[in-house]
Design a protein around this ligand. Sequence first.
Ligand SMILES: Cc1cc2nc3c(=O)[nH]c(=O)nc-3n(C[C@H](O)[C@H](O)[C@H](O)COP(=O)(O)OP(=O)(O)OC[C@H]3O[C@@H](n4cnc5c(N)ncnc54)[C@H](O)[C@@H]3O)c2cc1C
Length: 430
Amino acid sequence: MKIYDLLGIGFGPSNIALAISLDELRQLGHPLECLFIEKQPNFAWHRDMLLNDADMQISFLKDLATLRNPRSHFTFTNYLFEKGRLQDFINLKTFFPSRQEFNDYLCWAASHFENNCIYHEEVIEVLPEKKGNEVTLLRVISRDHIGNVRERLTRNLVVSIGGTPKIPDSFRALRNDPRIFHSSQYLSSIADLGHAKRIAIIGAGQSATEIFLDLHGRSSELEIDLIMRGRAMHPSDDSPSVNEIFNIEFTDYMFSRTPEERERLLKEFHHTNYAAPDIDQIENIFRILYNQKVTGISRHSVITNHITHEVETSEYGIRLQLADLETQQIQERDYDAIILATGYLRTHHQTILAPLATYLPNFSVTRHYRIESTPNFKPAIFVQGASETTHGISDSLLSVTAVRTREIGDALASLTHNEAGTITDRRVIA
Ligand SMILES: Cc1cc2nc3c(=O)[nH]c(=O)nc-3n(C[C@H](O)[C@H](O)[C@H](O)COP(=O)(O)OP(=O)(O)OC[C@H]3O[C@@H](n4cnc5c(N)ncnc54)[C@H](O)[C@@H]3O)c2cc1C
């Protein structure tokens, strides 16, 4: 069986950026035989949240390449140039393209690597290949869309699989009810619920407010409740000084802190990314609620300071018992659909890598994204997007992607030149 230098799980922005970095390294004389495995049938960036009016929450200059190599073919600016829209984009006078356009940019970038990516195949587990007492290779097991199981061997692995939906406890048993779904399935699930009239959105972040505004614009028949634990909607803080926590150097700072200091930093800057929609979203919702007062026609509400206490479903609808966090009073409300804009978990790599757990104590990650392993485990495994607690809030965003992938690429290039795999990435990158 062929042995790859690198297999990548997922082909989202993180691994597309890595493919670009590896291509740069190939041009510098470090070719790597690599293949990425992606479960979607083709590239799409958060497909079910590609809403018409949604914009990027980050400057287009934090694209797949600019911060590492502004002269790259793969910058957003060159994409605009190739598509004949550079001047028009300049005249838009924005740093924040629509999400539709950024998706098109990412599709364009991904299309350059058709020969390095297998679509419609989901990696289900990774097994150790042993020689005596040593793990020398990894066997990556995947399943394609018609159920065929595939196996591939690799010297190294990079896991960049994004998040998995975070489902609150009270809804966990109802996961198979098509009337209750996570924001990551919004567009396809709402399309199947044409009859739904009363809809609750649980959450207070960007996805929750985007979905509220999208539903409001769909039909004047819909009645929408936005239900949140907080007392108010807090806007995302992207002011210049705060934004410095997304700078490249901040990763070194964060990583060098003690666990307590890191925790304090994550708490202090939580509202840059979590439960924090853009201010214009909050203003638009407030304007809709105000207009209801003017017209006397009340369709939507924002219910703050409440959590879901219990959920009952029947063929007629879904009844939520909502508990007031201050008074503990319970109110009951009936809906036709519930949308859980409740965020993501970033631990699924541990499930995929579970057969290797004895070699990867605690799944702790080095500064350069390599999972620490026991001395008898030779393959290097890197993760992207799963190290927020050690590397900072930028880890799950696009902010450091261009530079992070060069760090991983450098480590890989050095490792493959040292077949024994005995050097650590700290020595490689120093
Ligand atoms: C709606 C939305 C909007 C966002 N907007 C912004 C923004 O404006 N700016 C910003 O900085 N960040 C934003 N983010 C954060 C987002 O995480 C990053 O933009 C970016 O998508 C991270 O890229 P990634 O490749 O690490 O993860 P993802 O984009 O999640 O890609 C992971 C890929 O891995 C695939 N995959 C997962 N499991 C497997 C498996 N077992 N086998 C094979 N393939 C698998 C998935 O199908 C997916 O294609 C947004 C997130 C969401 C949900």
